[in-house]
Ligand binder design. Structure first.
Ligand code: SF4
Length: 305
């Protein structure tokens, strides 16, 4: 039955000028039919370079919104409209506006995991792969970093910048892992290299062999001559790595590193969206799009320096 759905998706794809984008955290059947698979930064940067007028996005809402902001002339369809990001929901527009009124000189730096409204109120947007480089360019400023306190702490420690105020948001998936989980697995797999996403707690991050975004973790494995790796991020990354490197062994740092929102999109959802029976065409307020695009283009400009 699933095979049949995947075949129907491929057939539908040939009938319209479209591309399917999928985040690494998506379920395997979605990755099987996706034209491009990547992390937030890769997908954001890719969208504006694509020639096709229609994009089916298999990820969570903020990613589809980002695609729309960077390519306002394209039709962007979120395959499952219920797929959101709990971390993005941890910052409200009212709270941010209040902070800005009370702290008019702060530079607002937002992680890409934010709604379009929040990006529109931000000066610079960052992803985990470019955050450190960009934050090194604004060291002389008072900064509010939102919403991820863990990525923010990592940036604060690495850039040795005390002028960063952290929002109290976090990723409920990465936040779950404790140092004991990591140490227990390390004692079972003493030869394994520990690779961690900076959305994890600082106690784990500071003990890791390597800290990086999804793409950086995947690149690390490709270049490494080691054969065993403990993966400190979402299950989908481990699945992609296993597929790319069947000769290497991977261990998930924490059993429940599974983002339910990222796994919400099924092949049937995607097919429904392609057949006009589901999905959501992303529509954003013009003014919000213009303002949000400034913070995103600021990221692209500063990360390409
Ligand atoms: S893994 Fe965390 S940050 Fe990523 S979409 Fe899920 S809840 Fe949001």
């Amino acid at each position: 039955m699933k095979e049949n759905i995947l075949e129907l998706i491929k057939k539908q794809k040939l009938e319209e000028d479209c591309v399917i984008l999928a985040h690494h955290y998506q379920i395997p059947e979605i990755k099987q039919v996706a034209d491009y698979i990547g992390d937030s930064y890769y997908l954001s940067a890719l969208v504006s370079k694509l020639k096709t007028p229609k994009i089916y996005f298999c990820g969570v809402r903020f990613m589809a919104e980002t695609a729309k902001i960077l390519s306002p002339d394209k039709t962007v369809i979120l395959a499952n409209p219920d797929a959101g990001c709990p971390m993005a929901d941890m910052v409200s527009l009212d709270d941010l506006i209040e902070f800005k009124e009370n702290n008019p000189n702060h530079l607002i730096v937002s992680y890409v995991n934010t709604s379009a409204d929040i990006k529109a109120q931000s000066d610079i947007c960052v992803t985990s792969s470019v955050a450190l480089n960009i934050m090194n360019t604004v060291k002389d400023k008072e900064i509010l970093f939102l919403p991820d306190r863990n990525l923010g702490r990592y940036i604060k420690e690495k850039t040795k910048n005390e002028n960063i105020t952290l929002w109290e948001g976090f990723c409920p998936i990465h936040e779950r892992a404790e140092l004991e989980d990591m140490n227990a697995l390390k004692s079972k797999q003493p030869d394994a290299v520990v690779l961690i996403h900076p959305e994890c707690k600082w106690e784990l991050v500071e003990q890791a062999d390597f800290v990086g975004s999804t793409t950086e973790i995947m690149d690390f494995v490709s270049k490494s001559d080691k054969s065993k790796f403990i993966i400190g991020t979402e299950l989908g990354v481990l699945e992609s790595l296993q597929k790319q490197h069947p000769e290497k062994e991977f261990f998930l740092l924490y059993d429940e590193f599974v983002c339910k929102n990222m796994k919400k999109t099924t092949a049937q959802d995607l097919l429904n969206a392609m057949q006009g029976k589901g999905g959501e065409v992303i529509k954003l307020d013009e003014d919000v799009m213009v303002k949000a695009s400034k913070s995103l283009y600021e990221m692209i400009k500063r990360s390409s320096k």
